[in-house]
Design a protein around this ligand. Structure first.
Ligand code: GLU
Length: 320
């Protein structure tokens, strides 16, 4: 049996909000309740989007929540293989292999490539790429490369991609028709989200990916990349989104429910108790530690619909 290994994969582009905290708590509970380990990896390939201090704040928030990890940067360490920005040589190696195999092609269609470099969210999932640059001859591609560097797209085979999600069950899709060729490297040389996540999860031995359901549409691409290199894909757990009391999606730019702010008003146990309650693990928001939730965790208990934050649950943050 494969050793269970979950992960936290924060993008240090801002402060984690209470929805991110819920996700990390559940990732931790799921892995630990199966006797498994946890990896912490910072997804900071797109350095323009990163915010100074976000790494330190994330480390501090995770520790404050009582969520530990077995592999990843130590709390006072600010470099290492668990930062994607330090893994370019690894990505280069896998990219070179794909080029040698003829599995990627240069693409000169701009914009969409750039947008796809960051984790897409369900409603703005990119349109299926029509294959404009797929059949350029080597001479045509070389000619165009003289005027601008290309992005690189994966040339998908026309096949069914299947994977398992603990909440959605067995899923499959016709990847070429439904998703289309996708960029794995931008024209500026930055490797795209799908590629780095798929490789890192595989190379870091991640067997379980628990994250919010807005990334469900990324799973087929990631599974495809992993199988391309002979890696066994993880099992997924795509959890519902935590929406604010108005039913709106939370974003890191919303200050009020950032964990940094919540920490000013509530204790660790009060926050964990509320998160456990929102996740359906308890029937009231009683203060408790993450470890105390371990025996109560079961994926079947998790809500299937997006969770709307009950008004007043974090009233002391000025949240109504
Ligand atoms: N780094 C992404 C985020 O912080 C998560 C990516 C993933 O879980 O695959 O939103």
């Amino acid at each position: 049996m494969r050793e269970v290994r979950g992960r936290f994969a924060p993008t240090p582009s801002g402060n984690m909000h209470i929805g991110n905290a819920l996700c990390y708590l559940l990732a931790w509970l799921s892995a630990r309740s199966q006797g498994g380990g946890v990896v912490l990896r910072f997804e900071d390939t797109d350095l323009m989007r990163m915010r100074p201090g976000a790494v330190e704040q994330t480390l501090s928030d995770l520790l404050w929540l009582g969520l530990d990890w077995d592999a990843g940067p130590a709390p006072d360490e600010n470099a290492g293989p668990y930062f994607q920005s330090c893994r370019t040589e690894i990505y280069d190696r896998f990219f070179a292999e794909l080029r040698d195999r003829g599995a990627v092609y240069p693409c000169f269609c701009s914009r969409r490539d750039v947008r796809l470099a960051s984790a897409p969210h369900a409603e703005d999932r990119a349109a299926v790429y029509p294959g404009t640059c797929r059949d350029l001859s080597p001479a045509q591609a070389a000619e165009r490369m003289k005027s601008r560097p290309p992005a690189w797209r994966l040339r998908l085979e026309d096949k069914t991609v299947s994977f398992r999600d603990r909440l959605y069950g067995e899923l499959s899709c016709e990847i070429l028709r439904e998703y289309g060729d996708f960029p794995i490297r931008r024209a500026d040389g930055v490797y795209c989200y799908q590629f780095t996540v798929a490789l890192d999860d595989a190379l870091m031995g991640v067997s379980e990916v628990l994250r919010s359901r807005d990334l469900l549409s990324s799973a087929p691409w990631q599974v495809y990349i992993q199988r391309l290199f002979g890696f066994e894909p993880p099992v997924f757990v795509h959890i519902p989104l935590l929406l604010d009391a108005d039913g709106q999606r939370m974003a890191k730019r919303d200050f009020s429910l950032s964990l940094k702010e919540v920490r000013r008003h509530y204790s660790t146990e009060e926050v964990i108790g509320r998160l456990g309650f929102l996740a359906g693990l308890t029937d009231e928001p009683r203060p408790c530690t993450a470890a105390q939730l371990l025996p109560l965790y079961a994926p079947e208990k998790l809500p299937r619909e997006d969770i709307v934050l009950p008004r007043g649950l974090f009233a002391q943050c000025g949240e109504v």
